[in-house]
Design a protein around this ligand. Sequence first.
Ligand SMILES: [Zn+2]
Length: 460
Amino acid sequence: MRLIGLAAFAAMVLFAAPAMAAAPAFDPEAATRAWLDTMGPEATARSNRYFEGGYIIAFVGPILSIAISMVMMMLGWAKSVRSGLEKTVKLYFLVALGMALFYQFVSTVLTFPFSYYVGFVREHEFGLSTQDFAHWFTEYLQASAIGLAIGAIAIALLYLIIRATKRTWWIWGTIFAGAFAAVAVMLAPVYIAPIFNEYQPMREGALKVSILQMAQANGVPVNDVLEFDISRQTNRVTANVSGFLDTTRVSLSDTLIERASPGAVRSVMGHEIGHYVLRHVMSILLMLLVLIAITFALANLIFERVSKGERWGVRGVADPAGMPLLFAIISFLGIISMPINNNIVRFHESQADIFGLNASREPDGFAEAALLLSEYRKMEPSALEEWFFYDHPSGYARVRMAMQWKAHEMAAGRYPAGPGGPPAGWRPDFVVMSARPENAPSATVAPAEPAPPASSPAAP
Ligand SMILES: [Zn+2]
């Protein structure tokens, strides 16, 4: 009986398979390869080098902050600052606030060379930055000051909670972190983002009309589609969903409109509309809070062990003198949970990708966008690399998804039949950019052929 059941099941699968996968009009694998080949070996190598450098940076950043924190503990700085504050400002909240300002200020100053390399030198090395030093440094100071002020208030409030709730602080601390993050995300596009960039309604034209139609069809209010001048900082193409509840909006960068074809812009906006419609800000926040709860609980246990017997003069987890130690432990746990964090975000990005394809019906536009993004994201990582470091699907995964979608939609008669792959002669514009003498890794390499303008309306 069981055997018959199995045979019937096998037959079902055998007969069902050809029906499910009706012969695609073109080979999605070959089309994917054709898109990827438009980058050429030189731009591919450059993009790989840039992104792989980011792997080291992802470790060096937290390791550096752990080292600085431990120096503050071991040299007794944390203890003396806490004692000094207790004598002068007295009030516990103010002691915690002062300690948080001191801790963050010292960390910011000591990590400046690292920030300068990552934010300025490296970005210029790879031809991504559009800023001179004065412009970059001004924004760096603004961002650091805002981060210092908001961070210090958040940390001081967290310390009030730690002192009030004692052993269960990690639960209440997580709830506080969630509430604080929600408020911060809600206010950021209104009060923070306009300090660095100008946000305005998207420029008029046929492209805007088609994007607003797509937005409305998916239930996104039209006044929530904005354009911002990221060209002030970088020539990267980008778009995002920001805000929370009433302040949620979809924003696209001026560079995207200028560098990508209308189809590619529509596909990217379909992706962002996906984030909006699927309430990804809320969903990512909730998932990350689980990670934060685990991090706080473990940090509490480790802190108690490490600071046992009033080591470094720390009287317990609620003592602001232990602040650098507590944050060193949290940074350490952050390194370990990095892939979990990335997987939570990539899971949502992948959802937005398929939503965007279905909403925009622009598989070639989406492939083009994936190519433009690979200016700063390695196109073809190993499976382990993608799992560990990627907070978005790789370019390869995205182009393949788009070509797969196109093949099946074509086979079903819902998409006009035609050849796969990029339009003849199309190349991502940064292939040429990389050959500029000041940006090229070696001055002897010349471009094989110039690329047609990426904004050519001929691109699908
Ligand atoms: Zn996204």
